[in-house]
Design a binder for this molecule. Structure first.
Ligand code: SAM
Length: 295
């Protein structure tokens, strides 16, 4: 598949499935909707405000690449940052604009591609991207773009999915692969829909892919695509800490940190895991690999 074709599939997927919207049960775009999305995000991914330290960016120029539903966007703006956000999809930018209007805050919000940023060199104090660049075909080019638009001495923070994690080896490659065999059966998609809440039409499309070409369906790449951000996702990739550092080769100081155990996918025990255990475990086997660099 050509890179342009893949990019347009990626745009269509995220335009139809704005990231995180399934965690709110009210009208999309309403104040209550954004409140529920935010509550869910910072309850389950409680490390994000810790990692970003929003108040530290007051008065600074922050660029977020792939702003999704804008929860971190609004947190930067509430803390007084001069916020710019881009996303590949018009839907995301339309929703984030609405969110800023509701809170009477301002931001520069644009539809744009991470791989070719529409900004001058040396513009921002912080370039940030969370859960985005493993979904774009040329991740390395996108990270070089974050470097280009960063001021000398500025900081880049990027979260990519972590390969050496419980979620990758345990949940996706073991439990989900076993579970996916259920999709072979006529009753499979409905059962999986009831248990996981995944979209039934997307599961039926997966069933047809599985029946047509089981080898491709169970290949590591394709299985990962379909088991991170919902069925039908055209592209997802995973990285080790070393690979993350290599992507940041242009930066002068580079560090990595691992967070987020994704404990809802730990059968039986996950929901009972106290924060005192979750926190050290997530630093070892977490799903979110943060790569932090200085220009
Ligand atoms: C998993 S969501 C993450 C959104 C948000 N950063 C968050 O943490 O909730 C992925 C987002 O990345 C956007 N995206 C994917 N590829 C992109 C690209 N090449 N350029 C800009 N945004 C992209 C999608 O449109 C989607 O909104």
């Amino acid at each position: 598949m050509s890179s342009e074709n893949l990019k347009s599939q990626i745009r269509n997927f995220w335009n139809e499935n704005p990231c995180g919207s399934k965690f709110a049960k009210v009208e999309v775009g309403s104040k209550e909707f954004f409140d529920q999305v935010e509550q869910h995000r910072y309850l389950t991914e409680w490390h994000i405000p810790e990692m970003l330290n929003f108040p530290a960016w007051a008065g600074k120029k922050v660029l977020e690449v792939g702003c999704g539903l804008g929860t971190d966007a609004i947190s930067f703006a509430r803390a007084g940052a001069k916020y710019t956000g881009i996303d590949l999809t018009p839907r995301s930018i339309e929703l984030v604009k609405r969110r800023f209007l509701q809170e009477n805050l301002s931001a520069d919000l644009q539809v744009a591609d991470a791989e070719t940023l529409p900004f001058d060199d040396n513009t921002f104090d912080l370039t940030y991207s969370h859960g985005v660049l493993h979904h774009t075909p040329n991740t390395h080019q996108a990270i070089n773009e974050l470097h280009r638009v960063l001021k000398p001495g500025g900081k880049a923070m990027v979260m990519l999915y972590h390969k050496h994690s419980y979620n990758y080896y345990g949940n996706i490659m073991l439990f989900r692969k076993l579970g996916a065999k259920i999709l072979y059966y006529d009753w499979g998609p409905e059962l999986v829909n009831r248990v996981t809440g995944e979209d039934l039409a997307a599961l039926k499309r997966l069933q047809s892919d599985l029946r047509q070409n089981p080898r491709k369906f169970f290949s590591s790449e394709e299985f990962l695509n379909q088991n991170t951000d919902g069925a039908g996702n055209p592209l997802a990739k995973v990285y080790t800490r070393e690979e993350g550092k290599q992507l940041f080769a242009k930066f002068s100081e580079v560090d990595t940190e691992v967070r987020f155990l994704n404990k809802r996918w730990i059968p039986l025990l996950g929901r009972f895991l106290p924060r005192s255990l979750e926190s050290p475990m997530s630093k070892l086997w977490g799903w979110h690999l943060w790569i932090i660099g200085r220009k």
